[in-house]
Design a protein around this ligand. Structure first.
Ligand code: G3I
Length: 300
């Protein structure tokens, strides 16, 4: 194919990007978006602070704007993210215990219910494990409601939208390490007990290299019976084109790797200010990294 999305689709995958609603007014941005990508993730607009700014009152305006654009363009939509320790609205940040537990399950029910039938995959829980070598859960108000919060979140999401793939999403999980091992053990336990989980998202925010066991790590999760998705790919450094190609080839080599999402379109759109980690430059020109990805997608 001649674009990222059509080339990925020829290999049975999607190729997507994070989208910021205000940038849908920027014609350079939307021209690239509509030409190159067949999947979108709302960068911020479907998060808790955006969708439930005060308890029980929901605002889907900006999330709907992104969803409607995707539908008009025939793009699939990744929902991001139902529960996360970050970007909670203030009223939730100060909650603990059983009231938070009921607020979080209501949040899932209302948001996944609002988008029912329109979301390809939900990041049901984002970043629930700690960094470092402990393999422990990240301490957060959500974790303090009880260790079963993740299982409850997935069961609640399944009830709210039986059609969406339900994903666990995290970062620093790009090889076999204590954090990815802890997630692996959770997924294995969930599958053994029939807890609904359909995919694992690997954010893959990389800095000039990728672990040599990146593909093996994806494969071991796929072997548990879930899809794997590369969900927030961005790669800084002078070697970025080669690393982008390596990551792309790894996804293509794992049958249940269903797609790749880059975390923004132009370098100037990236949260990684100044690191130029994306496939298009600030003017919207294709970078060597773009060509490396396109070529990898089109390899036989
Ligand atoms: O919307 C407000 C705006 O009203 C205000 O004027 C402005 C200045 O204060 O802030 C705006 O909110 C910002 C928001 O992005 C929307 O632009 C927040 O300050 C800013 O913190 C937020 O950053 C986002 C970040 O998540 C928050 O943690 C980034 O755009 C987004 O790319 C980033 O994405 C996360 C994924 O969701 C999860 N994985 C990690 C990834 C990188 O942190």
């Amino acid at each position: 194919g001649t674009t990222l999305g059509t080339s990925a689709a020829e290999r049975g995958r999607y190729f997507g990007t994070a989208v910021a609603a205000p940038k849908l007014n920027d014609s350079v941005y939307t021209t690239i978006l509509n030409r190159e990508f067949n999947s979108v993730t709302a960068e911020n607009e479907m998060k808790w602070d955006a969708t439930e700014p005060s308890r029980g009152s929901f605002n889907f305006t900006s999330g709907d704007r992104i969803l409607n654009h995707a539908r008009q363009q025939g793009m699939s939509v990744r929902g991001h993210a139902l529960l996360w320790h970050n970007q909670q609205p203030g009223w939730a940040q100060s909650m603990e215990g059983s009231s938070l537990r009921s607020a979080m399950t209501n949040h899932i029910t209302q948001v996944a219910g609002h988008y029912r039938g329109q979301i390809h995959s939900w990041d049901v829980v984002n970043e629930a494990f700690a960094d470092g070598t402990s393999g422990a859960r990240r301490d957060s108000n959500l974790q303090r409601t009880g260790n079963d919060w993740i299982e409850v979140a997935f069961r609640t999401a399944r009830a709210a939208d039986p059609n969406a793939k339900l994903c666990y999403n995290d970062y620093n999980t790009d090889g076999i390490n204590a954090k990815s091992n802890a997630i692996y053990n959770m997924v294995r336990d969930f599958k053994a007990r029939g807890v609904p989980i359909d995919c694992v998202g690997f954010q893959s925010h990389l800095t000039n290299s990728v672990p040599s066991d990146y593909q093996a790590n994806l494969q071991r999760f796929a072997d548990l019976g879930v899809d794997v998705q590369i969900t927030e790919l961005d790669i800084s450094g002078s070697n970025q084109a080669n690393v982008y190609a390596t990551v792309t080839r790894a996804c293509l080599a794992v049958a249940r790797c269903t797609g790749i999402t880059v975390w923004g379109i132009r370098d100037s759109d990236s949260w990684r200010t100044g690191q130029n980690p994306l496939l298009f430059d600030a003017a919207g020109n294709k970078k060597p990294a773009y060509t490396a990805v396109l070529n990898a997608l089109n390899e036989g």
